[in-house]
Ligand binder design. Structure first.
Ligand SMILES: [Fe+2]
Ligand SMILES: [Fe+2]
Length: 245
């Protein structure tokens, strides 16, 4: 039995954002949820499929990767995003991958002492520090992307995804959805479990139970659901959560 006291881990509340014209257009375009894929889905361990490319972008944000395990989180989430782009070839792959690589770089520009105290406790989705890391992430994108040759319209689209990626409960586009699903998928891999159990103060058995109950239903795409289920089964077996609880 777990003796950990569960922090409040509020369910996402669509709230006012559900009425945003972009959210409504996306919901109309993809009424079936999770969004089906007609493609094969690679649900093997993410270790088998690192992302490739984006070297200049990674080099531009090395300082930003040194906060909050971003040098582990961002490449792994980008590997998941690469897989999801293969399952949804209609998505703008470059946009998904660039937005994913940069989505949490803003953590490097907020008060680090507040990351754990506010960002992972209580109603963490609505903590002020969460909004700040999104706004700062957009600043990073606006600083580094033009130098790498990306045009203003592309940069705006990246920022639209970064802005609200944690605090806005609904997606505005397929690309936005793939970034969100990738960010959640990392939690199901053992590296994500190792970091997140520490951040959220939970043991692996309780944490994986909550992933199944609370995070799996939030996934937007069928490919992500299948990858999450496969990762969850592997991670539970590896951590022996049936016995260590
Ligand atoms: Fe984030
Ligand atoms: Fe993230």
């Amino acid at each position: 039995m777990s003796t950990t006291t569960s922090p409040a881990w509020e369910k996402a509340d669509p709230g006012a954002h559900a009425a945003d014209p972009r959210a409504m257009a996306f919901a109309d375009a993809y009424p079936q949820r999770p969004i089906p894929t007609g493609r094969p889905v690679d649900d093997s361990s993410i270790c088998a499929a690192p992302s490739t490319g984006l070297e200049a972008l990674w080099q531009a944000v090395v300082p930003e990767t040194r906060t909050r395990a971003n040098d582990i989180h961002l490449p792994i989430v980008t590997a998941y995003a690469t897989r999801l782009c293969e399952a949804y070839p209609q998505a703008d792959r470059e946009l998904v991958l660039v937005a994913t690589a940069l989505h949490d770089t803003g953590w490097a520009h907020v008060d680090e002492s507040r990351i754990i105290s506010e960002g992972f406790q209580g109603d963490w989705r609505k903590a002020a520090i969460r909004y700040e890391h999104e706004a700062e992430g957009c600043q990073v994108a606006r600083r580094v992307l033009p130098e790498l040759g990306y045009d203003a319209e592309f940069v705006d689209r990246v920022c639209e995804i970064i802005d609200g990626h944690d605090t806005r409960p609904v997606a505005f586009s397929l690309e936005d959805a793939l970034v969100r699903d990738s960010d959640r998928l990392w939690r199901f891999d053992r590296a994500g479990i190792a970091m997140s159990t520490t951040w959220f103060g939970m043991d692996p058995a309780e944490y994986t139970d909550r992933l199944e109950r609370e995070i799996l239903p939030e996934l937007i795409t069928e490919a992500a659901v299948r990858m999450a289920e496969a990762d969850l089964a592997r991670s539970r077996a590896l951590m022996r959560t049936e016995a260590i609880r």
